[in-house]
Design a protein around this ligand. Sequence first.
Ligand code: NAD
Length: 481
Amino acid sequence: MTLYDRFGLFIGGSWQPAAGGAQVAVIDPATEDRLGHIAKAGPEDLDRTLATLAGAAPAWRAVPGWTRSGLLRAMARGMAERADRAARDMSEETGKPLAEARGEWQAAVDQFDWYADEARRIWGHSLNGREEGVLLDVRYEPVGPVAAFTAWNFPALLPARKVAAALAAGCPIVIKPSEEAPSPMFHIAECAAEAGLPAGVLNVVTGDPAEISAHLIASPVIRKVSLTGSVPVGRLLAGLAGQGLKKVSMELGGHAPVLVFPDVDPEATGALCAKTKFRNAGQVCISPSRFYVHEDIYEPFAAAMARTAREARIGRGLDDGVDFGPMANARGRDRVLDLIEDARGRGAEVLAGGGVPQAHNRGFYVEPTVLGRVPDDACIMTEEPFGPVAPISTFREFDEVIARANGTPFGLASYVFSGSLATANRAAAALETGMVGVNDMLLAAAEIPFGGVKDSGMGREGGQLGILEYLEPKYVKYRYG
Ligand code: NAD
């Protein structure tokens, strides 16, 4: 009996195996053993999904917003009830500590709760015409069937952001979660069925990512494409969507700079930065990932970061007391180890960690690593590390550090630590990112518009703006009287 036996492809409201019976293995990142197998959708399955979406779209867009709201609220309740099971399965698949998995599951519940409200608040506006007897009306309508693709690092929250928004807007959706951590999306689909969501409105497929995305996005049935993933895959899917002139949202990679000005407590700030950096083993798109610390406070800041890194309790996510798990896959571990070696070779100092933990040479573990005095030409200062390594550099001047912080193609998140509101505000205005944390690093929440600029993507998820990604304005001119 594995995690996946009762699941499969979720098409038209029921679980089914792939038509050809093909499967993909899911690996436990803590042991490198197989956790089980999931269905590998082929062209026949995808065509069935597209036909299901086309069939479901007219009825779902006609369902009143208040009714959609009730269904989303029921899904949120059902999800909250199965938090324990879902978080355990997520922890096993991703290696993330159970407490983090529980927190993420709750954040996914929040998305359904938030969009349950938003489904009732889709409003347009009216203008008086230039002549008497004319009214100009602007209203919002669902864009149509959505194809969505999500990464493995937050395997409940990332799909939830898309599914809840699409359903609230009146769009049916097919989602392809990451094959590396599919179970949270399977649980969400089960909650949808239990809540009474009409069959065919939510569909889930897994298999070969390139084949599935090419097949779905090429279909005229799909009117909207939404991805959370890396920049290269974003370029690929945005290109495919561009061929069909489809609406697109892209939540892509980041490389968040952290600016630490000299008027803060360096030890408390260093400890907070380390705790945030090593959450989910650093595999977070908005993870603080380049630390620019004022020269005057570098030593105590770096020492506090290194100390906090060394205190991490490393192990399998489901084990008691563990607060730092393995990375999700071998390619991530190898990338991080290469980046550490490159930085070392260019003169960076290893202040904590630096390799594979001795007690964990099976599984995809990397020690929480802090690198000091990292030069700007080290690859880690410009390439997204997406792992548990914190490079620290120093600065002296405001303009200099802003230029260095803005000197990558990424623009997702940034962080500023300063005791001066004026300095913090000047920095927040100058940083080229979609989100800025001032003396705070917990940015994600259902009520804010999450997203980036530059290569980090386009569109926003959550907040008042999120639902607009799934709606199109329609202008109607009335002449009366
Ligand atoms: P990825 O780009 O490899 O995968 C993302 C999704 O695209 C998955 O569903 C995957 O199966 C699919 N995919 C992968 N290769 C594909 C291909 N050739 N053709 C079509 N689809 C393909 O990303 P990942 O490794 O799963 O996740 C890590 C990346 O995601 C990081 O860059 C991270 O910053 C980013 N991310 C961004 C956000 C955000 O909100 N901006 C959130 C989480 C993760």
